[in-house]
Ligand binder design. Sequence first.
Ligand SMILES: [Zn+2]
Length: 438
Amino acid sequence: MDTPSQAAAPVDLPPLLPQTERVMGQLIAAPALQAALAAVRRDDALTLADQIALSEIESPPFHEEKRAADFARRLRELGLTDVSIDAEGNVIGVRAGTGDGPRLVLAAHLDTVFAAGTDVKVRRDGDRYLGPGISDNARGLAVLLQILRALDEQRIATAGDLLFVGTVGEEGNGDLRGCKALFATDKAIDGFIAVDGVAVTRILANATGSRRYRVGYEGPGGHSYNAFGNPSATHALGRAIAAISEIQVPDEPRTTFTVGTVKGGTTVNSIAASAEMELDMRSDNGDELNRLEAGILPLLEAAAAAENRRWNAPADKQVKLVLTPIGDRPAGQQAPETPVLQAARAAQAALGIPLLKYSAASTDHNVPVSLGIPATTLGGGGAEGNNHTLREWYEPTQAWQGPQLTLLAALALVGMTGVSEPLLARRASRPTRPPQGV
Ligand SMILES: [Zn+2]
Protein backbone atom coordinates (compact mmCIF):
# COMPACT_ATOMS: atom_id res chain seq x y z
CA MET A 1 0.00 0.00 0.00
CA ASP A 2 1.05 3.56 -0.62
CA THR A 3 1.52 5.84 2.38
CA PRO A 4 -1.80 7.17 3.71
CA SER A 5 -2.28 10.91 3.31
CA GLN A 6 -1.75 13.12 6.33
CA ALA A 7 -5.19 14.70 5.96
CA ALA A 8 -6.77 15.05 9.38
CA ALA A 9 -9.62 12.70 10.22
CA PRO A 10 -13.05 14.26 10.34
CA VAL A 11 -13.61 14.56 14.07
CA ASP A 12 -17.38 14.52 13.89
CA LEU A 13 -18.60 11.36 12.22
CA PRO A 14 -22.36 11.04 12.46
CA PRO A 15 -23.57 8.13 14.64
CA LEU A 16 -24.08 4.78 12.94
CA LEU A 17 -27.40 4.29 11.16
CA PRO A 18 -30.10 2.31 13.04
CA GLN A 19 -30.01 -0.56 10.53
CA THR A 20 -26.25 -0.86 10.99
CA GLU A 21 -26.65 -1.10 14.77
CA ARG A 22 -29.47 -3.64 14.36
CA VAL A 23 -27.51 -5.94 12.03
CA MET A 24 -24.39 -5.81 14.19
CA GLY A 25 -26.49 -6.58 17.28
CA GLN A 26 -27.98 -9.64 15.54
CA LEU A 27 -24.57 -10.90 14.46
CA ILE A 28 -22.91 -10.46 17.84
CA ALA A 29 -25.79 -12.35 19.51
CA ALA A 30 -25.39 -15.34 17.16
CA PRO A 31 -23.52 -18.30 18.74
CA ALA A 32 -21.98 -19.35 15.40
CA LEU A 33 -20.57 -15.86 14.93
CA GLN A 34 -19.08 -15.86 18.41
CA ALA A 35 -17.59 -19.28 17.72
CA ALA A 36 -16.07 -17.98 14.48
CA LEU A 37 -14.48 -15.03 16.30
CA ALA A 38 -13.10 -17.42 18.92
CA ALA A 39 -11.74 -19.70 16.19
CA VAL A 40 -9.93 -16.79 14.60
CA ARG A 41 -8.23 -16.03 17.92
CA ARG A 42 -7.46 -19.70 18.56
CA ASP A 43 -5.90 -20.00 15.08
CA ASP A 44 -3.66 -16.95 15.51
CA ALA A 45 -0.48 -19.03 15.13
CA LEU A 46 -1.89 -20.78 12.06
CA THR A 47 -2.60 -17.41 10.41
CA LEU A 48 0.96 -16.34 11.16
CA ALA A 49 2.32 -19.57 9.69
CA ASP A 50 0.37 -18.92 6.45
CA GLN A 51 1.72 -15.36 6.45
CA ILE A 52 5.33 -16.49 6.76
CA ALA A 53 4.93 -19.18 4.11
CA LEU A 54 3.39 -16.74 1.63
CA SER A 55 6.01 -14.10 2.40
CA GLU A 56 8.77 -16.59 1.57
CA ILE A 57 7.46 -17.00 -1.99
CA GLU A 58 8.89 -14.08 -3.92
CA SER A 59 6.33 -11.94 -5.71
CA PRO A 60 8.13 -9.17 -7.57
CA PRO A 61 6.28 -6.46 -9.52
CA PHE A 62 4.71 -7.88 -12.71
CA HIS A 63 5.74 -11.44 -11.70
CA GLU A 64 3.36 -12.58 -8.99
CA GLU A 65 2.73 -15.99 -10.64
CA LYS A 66 4.38 -18.22 -8.01
CA ARG A 67 2.65 -16.63 -5.06
CA ALA A 68 -0.62 -16.54 -7.01
CA ALA A 69 -0.44 -20.29 -7.67
CA ASP A 70 0.25 -20.97 -4.00
CA PHE A 71 -2.57 -18.71 -2.82
CA ALA A 72 -4.98 -20.41 -5.23
CA ARG A 73 -3.91 -23.82 -3.90
CA ARG A 74 -4.54 -22.68 -0.32
CA LEU A 75 -8.03 -21.41 -1.20
CA ARG A 76 -8.84 -24.80 -2.73
CA GLU A 77 -7.44 -26.64 0.31
CA LEU A 78 -9.80 -24.59 2.47
CA GLY A 79 -12.74 -25.89 0.46
CA LEU A 80 -13.37 -23.38 -2.31
CA THR A 81 -14.19 -25.21 -5.52
CA ASP A 82 -14.55 -22.16 -7.77
CA VAL A 83 -10.97 -20.83 -7.83
CA SER A 84 -9.42 -19.33 -10.95
CA ILE A 85 -6.59 -17.10 -12.06
CA ASP A 86 -7.74 -14.41 -14.50
CA ALA A 87 -5.91 -13.07 -17.55
CA GLU A 88 -4.26 -10.29 -15.53
CA GLY A 89 -3.00 -12.76 -12.90
CA ASN A 90 -5.52 -12.16 -10.08
CA VAL A 91 -6.57 -15.17 -8.01
CA ILE A 92 -10.36 -15.29 -7.60
CA GLY A 93 -12.06 -17.75 -5.26
CA VAL A 94 -15.84 -17.64 -5.00
CA ARG A 95 -17.74 -18.68 -1.85
CA ALA A 96 -21.27 -18.57 -3.19
CA GLY A 97 -24.12 -17.14 -1.16
CA THR A 98 -27.42 -18.88 -0.54
CA GLY A 99 -29.69 -16.23 -1.95
CA ASP A 100 -30.00 -13.09 -3.97
CA GLY A 101 -27.58 -11.19 -1.79
CA PRO A 102 -24.89 -8.71 -2.75
CA ARG A 103 -21.50 -9.73 -4.11
CA LEU A 104 -18.62 -8.63 -1.86
CA VAL A 105 -14.91 -8.82 -2.66
CA LEU A 106 -12.37 -9.44 0.10
CA ALA A 107 -9.01 -8.63 -1.44
CA ALA A 108 -5.33 -8.59 -0.57
CA HIS A 109 -2.54 -7.78 -2.97
CA LEU A 110 -0.12 -10.49 -4.07
CA ASP A 111 2.69 -8.24 -5.26
CA THR A 112 5.60 -6.77 -3.32
CA VAL A 113 7.91 -3.89 -4.21
CA PHE A 114 10.95 -6.19 -4.17
CA ALA A 115 12.80 -7.25 -7.31
CA ALA A 116 13.22 -10.89 -8.36
CA GLY A 117 16.11 -12.51 -6.53
CA THR A 118 15.58 -10.60 -3.27
CA ASP A 119 16.17 -12.83 -0.22
CA VAL A 120 12.65 -13.26 1.17
CA LYS A 121 13.49 -15.76 3.91
CA VAL A 122 11.74 -14.72 7.14
CA ARG A 123 13.93 -14.41 10.27
CA ARG A 124 12.70 -14.30 13.83
CA ASP A 125 14.12 -11.88 16.37
CA GLY A 126 12.25 -12.19 19.68
CA ASP A 127 8.62 -11.26 19.03
CA ARG A 128 9.53 -9.78 15.69
CA TYR A 129 9.47 -11.42 12.25
CA LEU A 130 11.73 -9.85 9.66
CA GLY A 131 11.47 -10.21 5.90
CA PRO A 132 10.70 -8.04 2.88
CA GLY A 133 6.92 -8.19 2.36
CA ILE A 134 6.22 -10.03 5.65
CA SER A 135 3.59 -7.45 6.51
CA ASP A 136 2.86 -5.72 3.17
CA ASN A 137 1.05 -7.77 2.15
CA ALA A 138 1.59 -11.37 3.20
CA ARG A 139 -0.48 -10.39 6.25
CA GLY A 140 -3.48 -9.45 4.13
CA LEU A 141 -3.38 -12.73 2.20
CA ALA A 142 -3.14 -14.77 5.42
CA VAL A 143 -6.09 -12.85 6.88
CA LEU A 144 -8.27 -13.83 3.89
CA LEU A 145 -7.35 -17.49 4.39
CA GLN A 146 -8.17 -17.28 8.10
CA ILE A 147 -11.58 -15.74 7.42
CA LEU A 148 -12.39 -18.55 5.01
CA ARG A 149 -11.20 -21.18 7.52
CA ALA A 150 -13.41 -19.76 10.28
CA LEU A 151 -16.49 -19.45 8.05
CA ASP A 152 -16.21 -23.04 6.91
CA GLU A 153 -15.46 -24.50 10.33
CA GLN A 154 -18.57 -22.86 11.77
CA ARG A 155 -20.58 -23.70 8.63
CA ILE A 156 -21.62 -20.07 8.28
CA ALA A 157 -23.71 -19.45 5.19
CA THR A 158 -24.17 -16.00 3.69
CA ALA A 159 -26.93 -14.50 1.59
CA GLY A 160 -24.46 -12.81 -0.75
CA ASP A 161 -21.38 -14.13 -2.53
CA LEU A 162 -17.95 -13.64 -0.96
CA LEU A 163 -15.09 -13.37 -3.43
CA PHE A 164 -11.63 -14.03 -2.00
CA VAL A 165 -9.25 -12.22 -4.33
CA GLY A 166 -5.46 -11.98 -4.46
CA THR A 167 -4.74 -8.99 -6.69
CA VAL A 168 -1.67 -8.29 -8.78
CA GLY A 169 -0.04 -4.91 -9.41
CA GLU A 170 -1.14 -2.91 -6.37
CA GLU A 171 2.26 -1.37 -5.69
CA GLY A 172 3.96 1.47 -7.57
CA ASN A 173 4.10 1.04 -11.32
CA GLY A 174 1.67 -1.86 -11.10
CA ASP A 175 -0.80 1.04 -11.07
CA LEU A 176 -3.63 -1.11 -9.61
CA ARG A 177 -3.68 -3.16 -12.81
CA GLY A 178 -5.11 -6.22 -11.04
CA CYS A 179 -7.96 -4.38 -9.40
CA LYS A 180 -8.70 -2.42 -12.58
CA ALA A 181 -8.96 -5.72 -14.50
CA LEU A 182 -11.16 -7.25 -11.80
CA PHE A 183 -13.74 -4.47 -12.04
CA ALA A 184 -13.51 -4.32 -15.83
CA THR A 185 -14.44 -8.02 -15.98
CA ASP A 186 -16.89 -8.54 -13.13
CA LYS A 187 -19.66 -5.94 -13.36
CA ALA A 188 -21.65 -7.64 -10.59
CA ILE A 189 -19.44 -6.62 -7.64
CA ASP A 190 -21.45 -4.60 -5.11
CA GLY A 191 -18.84 -3.95 -2.42
CA PHE A 192 -15.14 -4.29 -1.69
CA ILE A 193 -12.84 -4.61 1.32
CA ALA A 194 -9.08 -4.74 0.89
CA VAL A 195 -6.90 -5.97 3.75
CA ASP A 196 -3.66 -4.02 3.65
CA GLY A 197 -1.56 -2.41 6.36
CA VAL A 198 -2.04 -3.68 9.92
CA ALA A 199 -3.78 -0.98 11.97
CA VAL A 200 -7.27 -2.16 12.95
CA THR A 201 -7.94 1.31 14.40
CA ARG A 202 -7.86 2.87 10.94
CA ILE A 203 -10.60 2.97 8.30
CA LEU A 204 -9.78 4.29 4.85
CA ALA A 205 -12.85 6.15 3.63
CA ASN A 206 -11.49 7.98 0.61
CA ALA A 207 -9.23 7.24 -2.31
CA THR A 208 -6.32 9.51 -3.10
CA GLY A 209 -6.01 9.60 -6.87
CA SER A 210 -2.77 10.17 -8.66
CA ARG A 211 -1.49 10.86 -12.15
CA ARG A 212 2.15 10.43 -12.97
CA TYR A 213 4.11 11.39 -16.05
CA ARG A 214 7.61 11.04 -17.38
CA VAL A 215 8.26 14.44 -18.96
CA GLY A 216 11.08 14.48 -21.50
CA TYR A 217 12.63 17.28 -23.56
CA GLU A 218 14.61 16.45 -26.71
CA GLY A 219 16.65 19.04 -28.59
CA PRO A 220 19.56 19.47 -31.03
CA GLY A 221 22.29 19.54 -28.35
CA GLY A 222 25.71 20.76 -29.36
CA HIS A 223 29.02 22.14 -28.02
CA SER A 224 28.46 24.65 -25.22
CA TYR A 225 30.71 27.22 -26.94
CA ASN A 226 30.60 26.42 -30.64
CA ALA A 227 26.85 25.68 -30.82
CA PHE A 228 25.82 28.43 -28.43
CA GLY A 229 22.39 29.59 -29.53
CA ASN A 230 20.86 26.13 -29.76
CA PRO A 231 17.97 25.66 -27.35
CA SER A 232 18.71 23.35 -24.42
CA ALA A 233 16.70 20.42 -23.12
CA THR A 234 17.84 21.03 -19.52
CA HIS A 235 16.95 24.71 -19.78
CA ALA A 236 13.47 23.82 -21.03
CA LEU A 237 13.12 21.36 -18.16
CA GLY A 238 14.19 24.05 -15.70
CA ARG A 239 11.57 26.45 -17.09
CA ALA A 240 8.92 23.77 -16.67
CA ILE A 241 9.92 23.02 -13.09
CA ALA A 242 9.94 26.71 -12.19
CA ALA A 243 6.42 27.10 -13.59
CA ILE A 244 5.11 23.94 -11.89
CA SER A 245 6.50 25.02 -8.54
CA GLU A 246 4.28 28.15 -8.60
CA ILE A 247 1.01 26.19 -8.99
CA GLN A 248 -1.56 26.77 -6.21
CA VAL A 249 -3.66 23.86 -4.89
CA PRO A 250 -6.37 23.63 -2.21
CA ASP A 251 -5.68 22.22 1.27
CA GLU A 252 -9.12 20.57 1.16
CA PRO A 253 -9.60 18.26 -0.64
CA ARG A 254 -5.92 17.59 -0.12
CA THR A 255 -4.16 18.06 -3.47
CA THR A 256 -0.41 17.77 -4.00
CA PHE A 257 2.26 17.69 -6.69
CA THR A 258 5.98 17.17 -6.96
CA VAL A 259 8.74 16.71 -9.50
CA GLY A 260 10.16 13.57 -7.96
CA THR A 261 13.22 12.95 -10.15
CA VAL A 262 15.24 14.87 -12.73
CA LYS A 263 18.01 13.79 -15.02
CA GLY A 264 19.54 14.99 -18.25
CA GLY A 265 22.54 16.22 -20.18
CA THR A 266 25.84 14.46 -20.67
CA THR A 267 28.80 16.76 -19.91
CA VAL A 268 29.37 20.20 -18.44
CA ASN A 269 30.47 21.61 -21.79
CA SER A 270 27.54 20.37 -23.86
CA ILE A 271 24.15 21.90 -24.51
CA ALA A 272 21.87 19.14 -23.30
CA ALA A 273 20.13 17.19 -26.06
CA SER A 274 17.79 15.47 -23.64
CA ALA A 275 16.45 15.86 -20.13
CA GLU A 276 13.57 14.35 -18.22
CA MET A 277 11.67 14.44 -14.96
CA GLU A 278 9.03 12.36 -13.24
CA LEU A 279 5.99 14.25 -12.09
CA ASP A 280 3.53 13.11 -9.41
CA MET A 281 0.11 14.74 -8.90
CA ARG A 282 -2.42 13.65 -6.28
CA SER A 283 -5.79 14.57 -4.90
CA ASP A 284 -8.51 13.05 -2.74
CA ASN A 285 -10.99 14.47 -5.25
CA GLY A 286 -11.20 13.46 -8.90
CA ASP A 287 -12.32 16.90 -10.17
CA GLU A 288 -9.51 18.58 -8.30
CA LEU A 289 -7.02 16.10 -9.78
CA ASN A 290 -8.34 16.86 -13.28
CA ARG A 291 -8.01 20.59 -12.58
CA LEU A 292 -4.41 20.17 -11.38
CA GLU A 293 -3.48 18.13 -14.42
CA ALA A 294 -5.18 20.62 -16.74
CA GLY A 295 -3.18 23.39 -15.07
CA ILE A 296 0.19 21.66 -15.28
CA LEU A 297 0.19 19.97 -18.71
CA PRO A 298 0.09 23.25 -20.74
CA LEU A 299 3.06 24.53 -18.72
CA LEU A 300 5.16 21.67 -20.07
CA GLU A 301 4.51 22.61 -23.71
CA ALA A 302 4.91 26.30 -22.89
CA ALA A 303 8.35 25.65 -21.37
CA ALA A 304 9.58 24.13 -24.65
CA ALA A 305 8.05 27.01 -26.63
CA ALA A 306 9.65 29.61 -24.37
CA GLU A 307 13.07 27.98 -24.68
CA ASN A 308 12.77 27.88 -28.49
CA ARG A 309 11.57 31.49 -28.58
CA ARG A 310 14.47 32.65 -26.40
CA TRP A 311 16.94 31.40 -29.01
CA ASN A 312 14.82 32.04 -32.08
CA ALA A 313 15.35 28.39 -32.88
CA PRO A 314 14.48 27.30 -36.45
CA ALA A 315 12.06 24.40 -36.85
CA ASP A 316 14.79 21.79 -37.27
CA LYS A 317 16.63 22.89 -34.11
CA GLN A 318 13.82 23.09 -31.59
CA VAL A 319 13.40 21.46 -28.22
CA LYS A 320 10.36 19.17 -28.19
CA LEU A 321 8.24 17.79 -25.37
CA VAL A 322 7.89 13.99 -25.02
CA LEU A 323 5.15 13.18 -22.52
CA THR A 324 4.68 9.61 -21.22
CA PRO A 325 1.93 8.72 -18.73
CA ILE A 326 3.33 6.33 -16.10
CA GLY A 327 0.52 6.17 -13.57
CA ASP A 328 -3.21 6.75 -13.20
CA ARG A 329 -4.94 5.91 -9.94
CA PRO A 330 -8.53 7.13 -9.82
CA ALA A 331 -9.75 9.22 -6.85
CA GLY A 332 -13.02 9.21 -4.97
CA GLN A 333 -14.78 10.17 -1.78
CA GLN A 334 -17.51 8.38 0.15
CA ALA A 335 -20.20 9.56 2.55
CA PRO A 336 -20.15 8.20 6.12
CA GLU A 337 -23.44 6.40 5.33
CA THR A 338 -21.69 4.18 2.75
CA PRO A 339 -22.53 0.61 3.86
CA VAL A 340 -18.92 -0.68 3.81
CA LEU A 341 -17.80 2.20 6.04
CA GLN A 342 -20.80 1.66 8.34
CA ALA A 343 -20.04 -2.06 8.62
CA ALA A 344 -16.37 -1.43 9.37
CA ARG A 345 -17.12 1.09 12.12
CA ALA A 346 -19.79 -1.14 13.65
CA ALA A 347 -17.42 -4.12 13.60
CA GLN A 348 -14.74 -2.06 15.33
CA ALA A 349 -17.20 -0.99 18.02
CA ALA A 350 -18.44 -4.56 18.55
CA LEU A 351 -14.86 -5.78 18.99
CA GLY A 352 -13.92 -2.92 21.33
CA ILE A 353 -11.48 -1.40 18.82
CA PRO A 354 -11.33 2.43 18.81
CA LEU A 355 -11.46 4.38 15.55
CA LEU A 356 -8.29 6.48 15.64
CA LYS A 357 -7.88 7.31 11.98
CA TYR A 358 -10.46 7.89 9.24
CA SER A 359 -8.56 8.92 6.19
CA ALA A 360 -7.59 8.50 2.56
CA ALA A 361 -4.88 6.47 0.83
CA SER A 362 -3.94 5.14 -2.56
CA THR A 363 -4.59 1.41 -2.70
CA ASP A 364 -6.71 -1.21 -4.49
CA HIS A 365 -9.89 0.34 -3.08
CA ASN A 366 -9.33 3.41 -5.30
CA VAL A 367 -10.81 1.49 -8.23
CA PRO A 368 -14.22 0.64 -6.69
CA VAL A 369 -14.44 4.00 -4.85
CA SER A 370 -13.95 5.84 -8.15
CA LEU A 371 -16.75 3.71 -9.68
CA GLY A 372 -19.14 4.53 -6.84
CA ILE A 373 -18.94 1.00 -5.42
CA PRO A 374 -18.75 1.01 -1.58
CA ALA A 375 -15.21 0.09 -0.55
CA THR A 376 -12.59 0.40 2.14
CA THR A 377 -9.23 -0.91 3.24
CA LEU A 378 -8.88 -2.45 6.71
CA GLY A 379 -5.81 -3.46 8.67
CA GLY A 380 -4.70 -7.07 9.03
CA GLY A 381 -3.87 -6.83 12.75
CA GLY A 382 -0.54 -6.73 14.62
CA ALA A 383 2.27 -4.19 14.26
CA GLU A 384 4.61 -3.43 11.36
CA GLY A 385 7.50 -1.23 10.37
CA ASN A 386 10.06 -0.39 7.66
CA ASN A 387 7.61 -1.37 4.92
CA HIS A 388 9.00 -1.28 1.38
CA THR A 389 12.53 -1.80 2.74
CA LEU A 390 14.62 -4.93 3.20
CA ARG A 391 14.30 -4.37 6.98
CA GLU A 392 10.51 -4.76 6.99
CA TRP A 393 9.19 -6.35 10.21
CA TYR A 394 5.95 -7.68 11.67
CA GLU A 395 4.87 -8.34 15.26
CA PRO A 396 1.75 -10.43 15.90
CA THR A 397 0.49 -8.24 18.77
CA GLN A 398 -3.25 -8.99 19.15
CA ALA A 399 -2.99 -10.00 15.54
CA TRP A 400 -6.30 -11.90 15.57
CA GLN A 401 -8.14 -8.57 15.68
CA GLY A 402 -7.39 -8.17 11.96
CA PRO A 403 -9.24 -11.24 10.67
CA GLN A 404 -11.97 -10.71 13.29
CA LEU A 405 -12.60 -7.16 12.06
CA THR A 406 -12.86 -8.00 8.36
CA LEU A 407 -14.87 -11.18 9.05
CA LEU A 408 -17.43 -9.28 11.09
CA ALA A 409 -17.68 -6.37 8.65
CA ALA A 410 -18.05 -8.79 5.73
CA LEU A 411 -20.86 -10.76 7.38
CA ALA A 412 -22.71 -7.53 8.17
CA LEU A 413 -22.47 -6.60 4.49
CA VAL A 414 -23.49 -9.87 2.81
CA GLY A 415 -25.91 -11.11 5.49
CA MET A 416 -25.48 -14.19 7.67
CA THR A 417 -28.15 -16.71 6.74
CA GLY A 418 -30.74 -17.10 9.49
CA VAL A 419 -29.25 -14.21 11.46
CA SER A 420 -29.11 -10.90 9.59
CA GLU A 421 -30.05 -9.13 6.37
CA PRO A 422 -27.26 -7.74 4.16
CA LEU A 423 -26.33 -4.10 4.78
CA LEU A 424 -24.97 -3.92 1.26
CA ALA A 425 -27.46 -3.40 -1.56
CA ARG A 426 -27.20 -5.02 -4.96
CA ARG A 427 -26.34 -2.32 -7.42
CA ALA A 428 -29.12 -1.22 -9.76
CA SER A 429 -26.79 -1.46 -12.77
CA ARG A 430 -25.68 -4.94 -11.87
CA PRO A 431 -26.21 -7.75 -14.38
CA THR A 432 -28.46 -10.54 -13.13
CA ARG A 433 -25.81 -13.22 -13.51
CA PRO A 434 -22.20 -12.77 -12.48
CA PRO A 435 -19.64 -13.82 -15.09
CA GLN A 436 -18.85 -17.53 -15.08
CA GLY A 437 -15.27 -18.78 -14.98
CA VAL A 438 -13.58 -15.41 -15.40
ZN1 LIG B 1 0.31 -3.01 0.57
